[in-house]
Ligand binder design. Sequence first.
Ligand SMILES: C[S@@+](CC[C@H](N)C(=O)[O-])C[C@H]1O[C@@H](n2cnc3c(N)ncnc32)[C@H](O)[C@@H]1O
Length: 354
Amino acid sequence: MNTLFMHCRPGFEGEVCSEIAEHAARLNVAGYARAKPQTACAEFICNDAEGPERLMRELRFSQLIFPRQWARGAFIELPETDRISVLLEHLAQFPTCGSLWLEVMDTNDGKELSNFCRKFEAPLRKALTGAGKLQDDASKPRLLLTFKSGREVFVGLAAADNSAMWPMGIPRLKFPREAPSRSTLKLEEAWHHFIPRDEWDERLHGDMTGVDLGAAPGGWTYQLVKRGMLVTAIDNGPMAESLMDTGLVQHLMADGFTYKPKQPVDWMVCDIVEKPARNAALLETWLGEGLCREAVVNLKLPMKQRYAEVRRLLDRIEEGFKARGIKVAIGCKQLYHDREEVTCHLRRLDLKRR
Ligand SMILES: C[S@@+](CC[C@H](N)C(=O)[O-])C[C@H]1O[C@@H](n2cnc3c(N)ncnc32)[C@H](O)[C@@H]1O
C-alpha cells in the first residue's frame, strides 16, 4: 500500500504532482510524484508502506486544491473472468469497509468503462458483503476501486470524512431550468464544497445581503436569490429579466474593481475573468475592510506554474491578514465546474453577524 492515487481534471496532472510533493516534503514523507499527461490522475509513490496513510492522516482532503479524489493502495491486475475472486483474495488483508465506490478516470476511456462498472457493482457488492468485507458504516474506511480498464484496478482506501464528497469528486448537481447561465452550478458546487450542509441555513439565508461582481447574466445572483438574499449585481452587461422580476436584485452598471457597498454585506461573490492577482486583491480588500463576511471568488489560472502561482497568491493573502491581526479561514479548490480556474472561499472568523 505504498501509493497515494489521486484523480484530477484532465490536463492538471502536473499541478497535482507539485501540490502533493510539496506537502510530502513538508511532512517528511519520502517518495516521488508521477503522472502521464491527460490521464486525469497522478500518483505519489512513497518509500515506506506507511507513507500514504501518514499523508492522509496529516492532510485534510478538502484543503487540497487540485486533487478531486484520493485513495491509498495499489494497482492489481484482474483476469478476463471471475474478477471477483481475485479482488476478494486481494482484499483479505483489508479491514472491513463501510462503503464501496467504483470509479473511473474523467477521460473518454473512463467514460466508456463506467458501463462496465455499473454492471459489475451489484455482484461485487453482494460478494463483499457475503465475505464480511463490506458493511453500511460511515465510520469505517471507504473502499475505492478505480478501474483503468477491465483488467487493471487501483484498490484503495480513504476515510469517508476525509475524501471526496462524490465518486471521482464529480458532483451530481441538476441545472435549474430557471437559472440564466450554466455558471450557476459553479457557485452551488462551491457552497457544497466550502460550507457543511448543516450550516447552510445559518450562513446562507433570507435575512442576508450579497454583492455579485461581474454578475451578468445572473447565474451566481440566481443562487443568492434562491436562498432569499437581497443582491446588488454589478456588471455593465444585462441581467436576466426573470431575476430582476424577483424584486430582490439591484443592478448597477459599475466597475467591480472599484465598487464598494455603502453598508457591509454578508456575501461577496465574483466571477470576473481577470488577472488572478487582481481578483486576489479584491478578496484582501473586501474581507480586510470588513465589507463582507464571506466571499467566493474565481481565480483564473496562468498558463504555466499554475500550482505555484495559486500557492503564492494564497500565501500572500494569508500572510497579509495575519499581519493585520484579521482572522480569516481560506479555502481554495479546482471544482468540477471550474476549467482554467480555481475557486476561493474566504470567511471572516472574527466578525459577528449584524
Ligand atoms: C463569466 S461572466 C459572469 C457570469 C455570471 N457569474 C453568471 O453566472 O451568469 C463575467 C462577467 O464579468 C463582467 N465583467 C468583466 N469585467 C468587469 C468589471 N471590471 N466590472 C464588472 N463586471 C465585469 C462581464 O461583463 C461578464 O458579464
